[in-house]
Design a protein around this ligand. Structure first.
Ligand code: AMP
Ligand code: GLY
Length: 427
């Protein structure tokens, strides 16, 4: 098979790394990719949001399957454009990608499907939104309807904060058009976990759960990032909980989406809060998490390619997956200053030594080729140092041994990835 992976981050490196190991994969192309990905795939210089360019590339190269990594091209309709051209694609069409593109749409789908989630209201008028905040009281959560680079969520401890959040989104428009509509919802208390399932429009195949660390600082402090590290399995997410989520969250969601004429194909990323009343859905994403994908791929024993193809072709029934009986953990190395302003183009050394640590694979998130064998930083999140081990502790120790072998003075990482799981392990 000839496979095209779209994207250029750590998630796409993890997908390419795994797909390249498949005996079914003859040619692997990644557009646009990065230096790390170039070690396992051929790079094509077409941007992830250049829909016409990607369709042309897939046709030119007679690709058998396209795997779309990021949400932006899905929300723009890349999967529809490829399907119209007769090319099998792993990823939802524009109508189904609205599960991530519009929080209000997602909440309406959850309500229709009867999926446990926070109560909510949708508002396009600031006065009605303020009245809802006053009526419900605090704590309360105010969210932009549209995508706001992961920043459009304000957790409000008081009614005053809730009213100020409404004004900043709807009147001052600090998140632009993403805030012309808001969702106001119940503040849920518990432990968060992310669960992933492959979907073919009708059926779903469970992957696994992971937990990530969104805050930039140790002890989960400081501003939110795209994710500074993750681990899988997630101890809070038991096998019984997986069965419950497959039956009461994923299945009714797929049924409702199909009934709405928006069948969901691809990976469904279920963001959950495990509350005292059981797991409740916080959000859906229409793609693999980054860096959660890195740990899922490190733990997956089966070949990934046949199930991606089966999902794309609409028949996952009869497929199954096996997982290594091990833990995986990823430590993200970012450029100093991230998630604020940071320097680009600094040189990273020691990657070979890091990759030589047993059980470690260094996945690239934002790198570029500096010529003469040099690897340069080219983004905020730059590397995902991924390790597996028999215990979380072993995976953690291997990952940090690899981090210590990397010579990149302009980079940093959190030193406490998986602290929650480590505490549980030592109990
Ligand atoms: P989201 O972008 O919707 O995932 O929200 C970002 C983060 O805000 C989540 O990972 C949670 O930590 C937090 N959050 C979102 N919604 C709620 C909620 N209803 N209750 C409590 N925390 C929330
Ligand atoms: N790591 C969280 C995300 O991919 O949205």
């Amino acid at each position: 098979m000839k496979v095209l992976v779209v994207g250029s981050g750590g998630r796409e490196h993890a997908l390419c790394w795994k797909i390249a190991q498949s005996s079914l994969c003859e040619t692997l192309i990644c557009a646009p990719g990065n230096v790390g990905i170039s070690q396992v795939a051929e790079l094509a210089p077409v941007g992830a949001e250049d829909l016409a360019g990607l369709v042309a590339l897939a046709k030119d190269r007679a690709v058998d399957l396209v795997v779309v990594g990021p949400e932006a091209p899905l929300v723009l309709g890349l999967a529809d454009a490829l399907r119209e051209a007769g090319i099998p694609v792993f990823g939802p069409g524009q109508g189904a990608a609205e599960l991530e593109g519009s929080k209000g749409f997602m909440k309406d789908v959850l309500a229709k499907a009867g999926v446990p989630t926070a109560w909510y209201g949708r508002f396009t008028e600031a006065e009605a939104a303020r009245a809802f905040v006053r009526e419900k009281g605090a704590p309360i959560v105010v969210k932009t309807d549209g995508l706001a680079a992961g920043k459009g969520v304000i957790l409000c401890q008081t009614v005053e904060e809730g009213l100020a959040a409404v004004d900043s989104m709807m009147v001052e428009k600090i998140f632009g058009e993403a805030g012309s509509e808001v969702v106001i919802e119940e503040f849920l208390v518990g432990e968060e976990a992310s669960f992933f399932a492959l979907c073919d429009g009708k059926n779903a195949l469970p992957l696994a759960a992971a937990q990530d660390h969104k805050a930039v600082g140790e002890g989960d402090t400081g501003p939110n990032t795209g994710g500074m590290g993750a681990y899988s399995p997630a101890p809070v997410f038991t096998e019984a909980m997986q069965d419950l989520v497959m039956a009461e969250v994923v299945a009714p969601t797929l049924k409702t989406m199909a009934e709405m004429g928006r069948p969901y194909t691809g990976v469904l990323f279920v963001g959950l809060m495990v509350t005292a009343d059981g797991p409740k859905v916080l959000e859906y994403n229409v793609r693999f998490g980054d860096p959660e994908c890195q740990v899922l791929m490190a733990r997956l024993d089966s070949d990934l390619l046949p199930v991606l193809m089966a999902a794309a072709k609409g028949d996952l029934s009869g497929e199954s997956l096996s997982w290594k009986d091990e833990c995986a953990l990823v430590v993200v190395m970012a450029a100093k200053g991230y998630p604020g302003a940071y320097q680009k183009g600094t040189e990273i050394k020691g990657l070979e030594a890091a990759n030589a640590v047993p059980g470690v694979t260094v996945l690239h998130a934002g790198t570029k080729d500096g010529g003469a064998g040099k690897v340069l930083a080219a983004g905020g999140r730059v590397l995902g140092v991924t390790a597996h081990g028999e215990t979380v502790r072993e995976a953690r120790d291997r990952a940090y041994a690899a981090v210590d072998a990397i010579n990149w003075p302009e980079g940093f990482c959190r030193r406490d990835i998986a602290w929650r799981a480590l505490e549980r392990e030592s109990e």
